[in-house]
Design a protein. Structure first.
Length: 187
C-alpha cells in the first residue's frame, strides 16, 4: 500500500495484449499508416502555409521564426497526445464494449490489470508510431534538427503512457453512464 492505494500485481502477460493489438495493426497497417501521414501534410498546408501569410514572422527569444517552424513542435505534441488518448478511449472502448475482446481475454489467465496495462502500452506504442511518421513529414520541411530531434520518440512513449492512461480511465467510466443514458432515452 502506498498512500492508501493498493498496488496491484501486473504480470508480464500484459505483453500478450500488446502483441494481440500489434498483430491486428499489422493486418490493417495501411489504413493506420495513412492518417498519420496525411494529417501533418494537411496541417502544414492549412496552418503553415495558409495562415503563415496572415501571421508573418514570429519573434521568440530574440529570434525570428516562420509560423510553420513555430507550430511544428505543437503538431508533434498533438500527435503524441491524440493518438494514445484516442487509442485508449475509443478503440479500447470498442474492443471492450462492442467486440467483447476484453471478455475473451478475461477467459484466459490474463487479469483485468494485465489487459488494461497492455492496452495502455499499446496506446503508447501507437503514439510513438504516429509521432515517428509526423517527425518524418516535419523533417521533410527542414523543421527538425537531427540527431537531437529523435529524442521526441522516447518522450512520445512517456506522453503516450500518460495520455493513454487518461483515455483508459474514460473507457472504464463511460460504459456505465452510456448504458444508463441509453436506457433512459429509449425506455
Amino acid at each position: 500500500m502506498i498512500g492508501g492505494l493498493r498496488i496491484t500485481n501486473i504480470s508480464w502477460r500484459f505483453i500478450r495484449v500488446w502483441n494481440r493489438n500489434m498483430v491486428v495493426y499489422r493486418k490493417i497497417w495501411l489504413v493506420n499508416f495513412l492518417v498519420p501521414l496525411f494529417e501533418p501534410l494537411l496541417y502544414l498546408a492549412a496552418f503553415g502555409m495558409g495562415m503563415s501569410a496572415l501571421v508573418g514572422q514570429i519573434h521568440y527569444h530574440g529570434e525570428e521564426l516562420s509560423y510553420i517552424a513555430f507550430i511544428a513542435p505543437a503538431l508533434l505534441a498533438i500527435t503524441m497526445m491524440y493518438n494514445s488518448f484516442f487509442e485508449n478511449a475509443y478503440a479500447s472502448f470498442v474492443r471492450m464494449y462492442y467486440q467483447k475482446t476484453f471478455d475473451a481475454m478475461m477467459a484466459t489467465p490474463l487479469s483485468l490489470e494485465d489487459i488494461i496495462a497492455g492496452e495502455i502500452a499499446w496506446g503508447a506504442t501507437k503514439s510513438v508510431i504516429a509521432t515517428a511518421i509526423m517527425l518524418g513529414v516535419v523533417s521533410f520541411f527542414g523543421l527538425v534538427h537531427f540527431p537531437h530531434g529523435l529524442l521526441i520518440l522516447p518522450l512520445s512513449f512517456l506522453g503516450g503512457l500518460a495520455f493513454g492512461t487518461v483515455g483508459m480511465v474514460f473507457t472504464g467510466l463511460v460504459p456505465a453512464s452510456t448504458c444508463s443514458t441509453f436506457r433512459f432515452f429509449f425506455s
